[in-house]
Design a protein around this ligand. Structure first.
Ligand code: COS
Length: 383
C-alpha cells in the first residue's frame, strides 16, 4: 500500500539520488576503511533511513511494507554494507519492540532508534544454535525484579556499534516455549562485545559475539510475556526476510546494470561483447530473474499490508531472491571476464558481498523447510 503516491515518489527520487551521488562514490572507501564515513552516516540520519519502518508517532517514517520494499529497491543498488548500518534499526533490531513492546518501552527506545542516535541489534544466534534457533542455551534466571542473563551470542550484526540489544534467552524449559526476549542496554554490567569478525565480504558492516556474564536486566525490560520470545523472533524474521529479498533484488539489478555497461564498452573480435549471443544469454537470464524477483517481493509486500499471513511467501521471496542474486553475481563476473576476477572492477567485491544473502536471516535450507512445512499444513487443514 502506498499512502500518498506523490510524496512517496519524491522520497524514492531522493533515495535514488542519495545512492547515486553519495553512496556509490564511497563504495571502495567503505571496503578499504571497513566503516561508513561519518558524513554519510549523518546524511543517512537526516534522511530518516534509521526509522523507515518505525511508526510516525515515534519519529519514524512509518512506511508500509510495500513502501519499505520500494525504498530498499532503491537503497540496495550499492554495496550492501551501507544498508547494514541502518538495516537493524529498520528490521530485526526494532520490530520486536514495535510488535510486542509496552507503551513505556516503545516511548523509551523507538524515538532513539528512529533518529539513528542508538543502533539496535538482534541477538538470537549462538555458537550452538544457528538454524536451530529454538535450541538456544543463554539463560535468564529470575531474581526478584530482575533477570540474570548468562550466555554467548554469535555473528550479531552491528554489535560493536549497538546501544540496544534484543536478546533471546531461556526462562523456562526446553524448546521454543521456554524462550523470552529482553531489551538489554549496552553498558549494562556483565554485557561485553567481542572483537569484530573477519568476514568474506560486506566490509564496513560489523558482526561480533555478545557475551552475557551474569548480566542483570530489570524485569520491566522483558519484551512480551515469558515464553513468547521465540514467536516474537519468528514474526520479526518473517518481515525481515521480505526486506532482505528486496535488498537481494536491488543488488542483483545493480550488478546486471554494471555488466551491461561493461558489455557495451568491451570490444572483442571487432565487436562489442554485448552483440554476442552467448553473452546476451547471460544478460537475458539475469533480467528475467530480476523481474520475477521484483514482482514477487512487491506482490507479497502488498498482501502483507492488507493483513494477510505471508510468512511462507516471505520465505519463498527470501529463497528465490537470494539464490537469484548469487546467480546474477556469478554471471556478472563471467561477463566481465578477467576484469571481473580482479578487485578494481567492483564486481569481485559484490560477488563476495552477496554470498551472505543465502545465509543470514535464515539459510536457503531453512526457507525451504518453512515453505514445505507451510504447504503440508495448508493441505492438511483442507482435508
Ligand atoms: N510466526 C509466529 N510464530 C511462529 C512462526 C512464525 N513465523 N514460526 C514458528 N512459530 C511458532 C510456532 O507456531 C510454535 O509455537 P507453538 O509451540 O505455540 O505452536 C513455535 O514458534 C515453534 O515453532 P516450530 O515448532 O516451527 O519451531 P522449530 O524449532 O521446529 O523450527 C525454524 C523453526 C527452523 C523455522 C526456526 O528455528 C528458524 O527460523 N530458524 C532459523 C533462524 C534464523 O533465521 N536465524 C538467522 C539469524 S537471526 S538474523
Amino acid at each position: 500500500m502506498i499512502r500518498d503516491p506523490e510524496s512517496f515518489a519524491a522520497l524514492q527520487d531522493t533515495l535514488r539520488r542519495f545512492v547515486r551521488e553519495r553512496l556509490v562514490p564511497h563504495e571502495q572507501a567503505l571496503s578499504d576503511n571497513d566503516e561508513v564515513p561519518t558524513d554519510v552516516l549523518a546524511e543517512m540520519r537526516a534522511l530518516g533511513l534509521f526509522g523507515l519502518s518505525i511508526p510516525e508517532e515515534y519519529g519514524g517514517l512509518g512506511l508500509t511494507m510495500e513502501e519499505e520494499v520500494l525504498a530498499v529497491l532503491e537503497l540496495g543498488r550499492t554495496s550492501p554494507a551501507f544498508r547494514s548500518i541502518f538495516g537493524t534499526n529498520v528490521g530485526i533490531g526494532s520490530q520486536g519492540l514495535v510488535m510486542a513492546g509496552t507503551a513505556q518501552q516503545k516511548a523509551a527506545w523507538l524515538p532513539l532508534l528512529a533518529s539513528g542516535e542508538v543502533i539496535a541489534s538482534f541477538a538470537l544466534t549462538e555458537p550452538g544454535a544457528g538454524s536451530d534457533a529454538a535450541a538456544l542455551g543463554t539463560r535468564a534466571q529470575r531474581d526478584g525484579e530482575h533477570y540474570v542473563l548468562t550466555g554467548t551470542k554469535r555473528f550479531i550484526t552491528n554489535a560493536p556499534e549497538a546501544g540496544l540489544f534484543t536478546v533471546m534467552a531461556r526462562t523456562g524449559g526446553k524448546g521454543a516455549g521456554g524462550i523470552s526476549a529482553f531489551l538489554v542496554e549496552a553498558g549494562t554490567p556483565g554485557l561485553s562485545v567481542g572483537a569484530a569478525d573477519r568476514k568474506m565480504g560486506q566490509r564496513g558492516a560489523h558482526t561480533a559475539d555478545v557475551i552475557l556474564d551474569a548480566c542483570r536486566v530489570p524485569a520491566t525490560n522483558r519484551l512480551g510475556d515469558e515464553g513468547e520470545g521465540f514467536r516474537i523472533a519468528m514474526r520479526v524474521l518473517d518481515k525481515g526476510r521480505l526486506h532482505i529479498a528486496a535488498l537481494c533484488t536491488a543488488v542483483a539489478e545493480r550488478m546486471l546494470n554494471d555488466a551491461l555497461v561493461y558489455a557495451l564498452e568491451r570490444r572483442q573480435f571487432g565487436e562489442r561483447v554485448a552483440e554476442f549471443q552467448l553473452v546476451q544469454a547471460l544478460l537475458a537470464d539475469s533480467q528475467a530473474e530480476c523481474l520475477a524477483a521484483r514482482s514477487m517481493v512487491l506482490a507479497t509486500a502488498r498482501r502483507r499490508d492488507t493483513g494477510e499471513q505471508v510468512a511462507v511467501d516471505a520465505s519463498c521471496c527470501k529463497l528465490f531472491c537470494s539464490e537469484m542474486c548469487g546467480r546474477v553475481a556469478d554471471r556478472a563476473v563471467q561477463v566481465f571476464g578477467g576484469a571481473g576476477y580482479v578487485a578494481d572492477s567492483g564486481i569481485e567485491r559484490f560477488y563476495r558481498d552477496v554470498r551472505l544473502f543465502r545465509i543470514y536471516e535464515g539459510t536457503s535450507q531453512i526457507q525451504q523447510l518453512v515453505i514445505a512445512r507451510g504447504m503440508i499444513r495448508a493441505m492438511e487443514a483442507e482435508q
